[in-house]
Design a protein. Structure first.
Length: 306
C-alpha cells in the first residue's frame, strides 16, 4: 500500500498554476498587433518609413546578438523582443530622420536600454524610449523636423501650441498629418491594441488611467480633450510602451497609479512645457517609480504583519 501511495505522489516546485502564455507568444503578438501601424506608416510616409523600420529592426537584432555573444549568453533572438524594440523605436521617429541616426538609436536602445542591465526582464526603462530619448538629446533638430510628401510642416501639437490651430479629428484619427511615422494613425494603433486587450496580453488599467487622465485634465482646464487624445503619441505610448510587462507595476493598484501619473506628466508637459509632446518623458519617469509602486501597493503575504 505504501509503495502504491509513493508512486502516485508527484512532487514539483512552484509555481503550481500554469498557463500556455509565454514571453515569446506575447512579444510576437505585440509585433503582429503593430502591423496595422506599420502599414499605415508606409502608406502615409511611403518607402522612407519602410527603410526606417527595416534599419531599426535589423540594427536592434544585430546589437542584441553581439551583446549576448560577447557575454556568453544563450541567444534570445527568437523571443521577438529585439524586433519589438526595433519596431517601436522606428515608429517614434520622424520620416526624414537619417538612417545612420536610426542605427545609432537602435544600438543605444538595445545596448544601453536593455543589455547593460542583464537583458530582457532586468531593464528598468523601456528600451525603445531610451533610444528615442538619446536621439532627441543628441540630434534635437533632426528629431523635430517633420515632412509630408517632401514638404516640411508642423505636427498638430506644434500647430496648437505655437499658433493655436486645431487639426480636424478625422485627419488625426486616420493619420494624414505630420508626426512620427507610427504615431499619426489612431485608427491603426487602436486596431492592434484591441487585439492585445482581447487576448489579455496587455493590462487595460495602465492605458485607461493614462488616457483617461489626459482627457479629464485637458477638459477641466479648458482644452480640447479629443484633440489631445488623437494628436501626438498618446495612443502609441499608452497601449504599446506604458504596458511593457518588464517596466510596469505588477499590482492592480500600482498600474492605476502608473497610468494616472503618466497622464498627469503628459498634460503638464503639453500645456506648460517647452516641448509640445510629453508621452516619452512621462513613461520613462514613471518607469523609475515601478520598484516603489511594487513595494508599497502589493498585498501582504499570508501571515505577514505590517
Amino acid at each position: 500500500m505504501d509503495k502504491v501511495d509513493n508512486e502516485q505522489l508527484v512532487l514539483s516546485s512552484s509555481p503550481h498554476l500554469r498557463d500556455n502564455i509565454s514571453i515569446n507568444k506575447i512579444m510576437w503578438s505585440v509585433n503582429f498587433a503593430l502591423l496595422p501601424a506599420i502599414l499605415a506608416s508606409i502608406y502615409f510616409f511611403q518607402i522612407r518609413a519602410f527603410y526606417i523600420i527595416l534599419v531599426s529592426v535589423f540594427s536592434c537584432v544585430i546589437t542584441e546578438y553581439l551583446f549576448e555573444k560577447v557575454r556568453g549568453q544563450i541567444s534570445t533572438l527568437t523571443d521577438g523582443s529585439a524586433i519589438l524594440t526595433g519596431i517601436l523605436l522606428a515608429l517614434t521617429l520622424p520620416p526624414g530622420f537619417p538612417l545612420w541616426g536610426v542605427l545609432v538609436g537602435s544600438v543605444v536602445a538595445i545596448g544601453l536600454g536593455k543589455q547593460v542591465f542583464g537583458g530582457l526582464g532586468d531593464n528598468p526603462f523601456n528600451p525603445a524610449l531610451v533610444g528615442r530619448a538619446f536621439l532627441l538629446a543628441s540630434y534635437p533638430v533632426l528629431m523635430t523636423t517633420w515632412e509630408i510628401d517632401g514638404v516640411a510642416t508642423a505636427t498638430p501639437l506644434n500647430l496648437m501650441k505655437m499658433e493655436g490651430i486645431s487639426t480636424e479629428y478625422w485627419r488625426l484619427f486616420i493619420g494624414n498629418v505630420a508626426g512620427s511615422i507610427g504615431e499619426t494613425s489612431a485608427f491603426a494603433l487602436l486596431l492592434g491594441a484591441s487585439y492585445l486587450i482581447y487576448k489579455g496580453y496587455i493590462h487595460w488599467r495602465i492605458p485607461t488611467g493614462m488616457i483617461g487622465t489626459v482627457i479629464f485634465f485637458t477638459w477641466i482646464l479648458g482644452y480640447d480633450p479629443v484633440f489631445h487624445l488623437f494628436a501626438g503619441s498618446l495612443i502609441l505610448g499608452a497601449f504599446y510602451m506604458a504596458t511593457d510587462l518588464v517596466t510596469t507595476p505588477v499590482t492592480k493598484k500600482g498600474r492605476w497609479i502608473f497610468g494616472i501619473g503618466a497622464g498627469i506628466i503628459v498634460v503638464v508637459i503639453r500645456l506648460w512645457g517647452g516641448y509640445p509632446e510629453g508621452v516619452m518623458y512621462s513613461i520613462l519617469l514613471m518607469n523609475a517609480t515601478v520598484p516603489l509602486l511594487n513595494r508599497y501597493t502589493r498585498k501582504p503575504s499570508l501571515g505577514e504583519v505590517k
